[in-house]
Design a protein around this ligand. Structure first.
Ligand SMILES: [Fe+2]
Length: 492
């Protein structure tokens, strides 16, 4: 079987200072922290079957532009990578790892333990700052704290406020106007519910509302606007009665079943009252990433961009045996815009007429993965979406990154510095007026040199400003966040 680059294990942990080719903007003085599956097998014999089950590795890229102090003063990048020392990682190193998201059979005891007493902690999806602490997240409600300077693992965060579910969206959504972080947790049981929470910058977690469901859907993210939370309940559902039956069963994700006849329910919650104000149903579809959402027409319309795929076979495609064999057919998504007209359910009821409706618009024909927008546009109207670019039909991993102008449909592509690219992250320039005034950060894999490379692109022109070659080839990862406060040689 051919082995596709980018799905290898990286056991080397590094901390080094690297030269920059090109030049960094003087204002780019923070750090990008990325998270992803760093290893898929260990010498103890532990190995995992699915890309989502690789063991969490954090990467910190700290920009250190020259201060202009002298001729020897040059731009530097301080780079560090480190595994999270989670319970799952410890078990893998001991050869005792029992299973994750899509690896290993489960027993009722192990299923209950994973959801109740000992939640899964292989938090390999993203890093966030929550209540002044840096945490790594996955779809379990158990978060892992780490030191943002050393990347040392510090412990777990578990809430004892009675609001926790058994599954959590990996992607929290932040409302920049208040700093509030919203999340959705799913509780399975005789009565299954989605619980929506808001965490204030002071760390207080508040229950916004809960929604009953007969069979919880797999939801990796959701949409947040200034006044509403929109849950996209895809018809990829888990029957809690089956899950709680005794006996050996397939891994967790294989418990979900595709039920296209149900369509996709869009559950609109009012962020203040917690009430479900609308729940229109649209076509059966699936997706991982809500790109951004906002309100229009005085709050009577909610608009969200979602990367969609026709069904949930994408998850099967991400088994390592398929990825390593280059069988990538179902992993490209498309950016679609959904508009929910709240009708008479809207806050401004006097303007609204009739039942809530949903419309769907394809923003680009091009295949995409891991789409993002400028954080300055979260919860506000955005124009540009950045994403990995995939050929459709997919024959290869992303060989470029894209900048999509949602207003005109125009695309810019960048494909230099390596053959394969990861999620692009936009960093706005301080005091930027134009939405694309800033830089785009992405990690490319150069298979000839067997090295990964961090690329810094100009946000407007999408041309290269700087590149930094890392001391190794990093496996493909999931998500990154730029933290302006994490500066070179300074406390967090
Ligand atoms: Fe994600």
């Amino acid at each position: 079987m051919a082995s596709h680059p980018g799905f290898h294990s990286l056991h080397e942990e590094t901390a080094t200072s690297l030269p920059v080719t090109g030049s960094l903007p003087a204002w780019l003085t923070g750090s990008l922290i990325r998270n992803g599956p760093g290893a898929f097998s260990f010498p103890t014999g532990t190995s995992v079957d699915h890309w989502f089950d690789g063991f969490a590795m954090l990467y910190r890229f700290t920009f250190d532009p020259a201060s202009g102090a002298g001729p020897a003063d040059e731009d530097r990048l301080h780079y560090r990578n480190r595994f999270l020392r989670t319970d799952a990682h410890d078990a893998a190193r001991r050869g005792e790892f029992e299973g994750g998201f899509a690896t290993g059979e489960t027993t009722l005891r192990s299923r209950l333990a994973a959801f109740l007493t000992d939640p899964y902690d292989n938090t390999n999806i993203i890093a966030e700052r929550v209540d002044g602490e840096y945490v790594a997240l996955t779809e379990s409600p158990r978060k892992v704290r780490f030191d943002p300077n050393t990347l040392d693992t510090l412990g777990h965060v578990e809430y004892d406020d009675g609001l926790a579910g058994h599954l959590s969206c990996a992607h929290l959504k932040r409302d920049p106007s208040s700093g509030v972080l919203v999340n959705v947790e799913t509780a399975f049981g005789r009565r299954s519910q989605y619980h929506v929470h808001a965490t204030t910058p002071a760390g207080k977690r508040r229950h916004i509302g809960s929604v009953d469901t007969d069979k919880p859907a797999y939801m990796h993210s959701f949409a947040l606007t200034p006044h509403y939370v929109v849950l996209t309940e895809f018809p990829f559902r888990l029957d809690p009665r089956r899950f709680l039956k005794p006996g050996r069963q397939a891994p967790f994700i294989e418990q979900f079943e595709w039920e296209p006849d149900r369509g996709t329910r869009l559950i609109v919650l009012d962020r203040t009252s917690g009430a479900v104000v609308a729940e229109p149903v649209t076509d059966a579809l699936f997706g991982f990433h809500h790109v951004n959402a906002f309100e229009r027409n005085e709050g009577s319309e909610l608009v969200f961009d979602l990367e969609t795929v026709p069904d949930a076979t994408t998850i099967d495609s991400l088994y390592l045996e398929h990825l390593r064999a280059g069988e990538l057919s179902a992993i490209a998504g498309r950016i679609e815009r959904f508009t929910v007209d709240l009708g008479s359910a809207g806050r401004r009821r006097r303007y609204g007429i009739g039942e809530p409706t949903v419309s769907r618009e394809l923003l680009s024909e091009d295949g995409t993965a891991l789409p993002t927008v400028s954080p300055s546009r979260w919860c506000r109207p955005h124009r540009y979406v950045y994403a990995m670019g995939m050929d459709t039909p997919v024959t290869e991993w992303a060989q470029r990154i894209l900048k999509l102008d949602t207003r005109t449909g125009a695309l810019k592509a960048f494909d230099e510095g390596g053959e394969y690219f990861g999620e692009p992250i936009f960093v706005p320039a301080p005091d930027a007026e134009a939405e694309d005034d800033g830089v785009v950060l992405t990690v490319a894999l150069d298979t000839t040199a067997n090295r990964s490379r961090l690329l810094v692109l100009d946000g407007e022109t999408f041309s290269e400003r700087a590149r930094i070659t890392l001391p190794h080839a990093a496996p493909f990862d999931f998500h990154g966040r730029y933290f302006p406060e994490l500066r070179a040689a300074s406390p967090a």
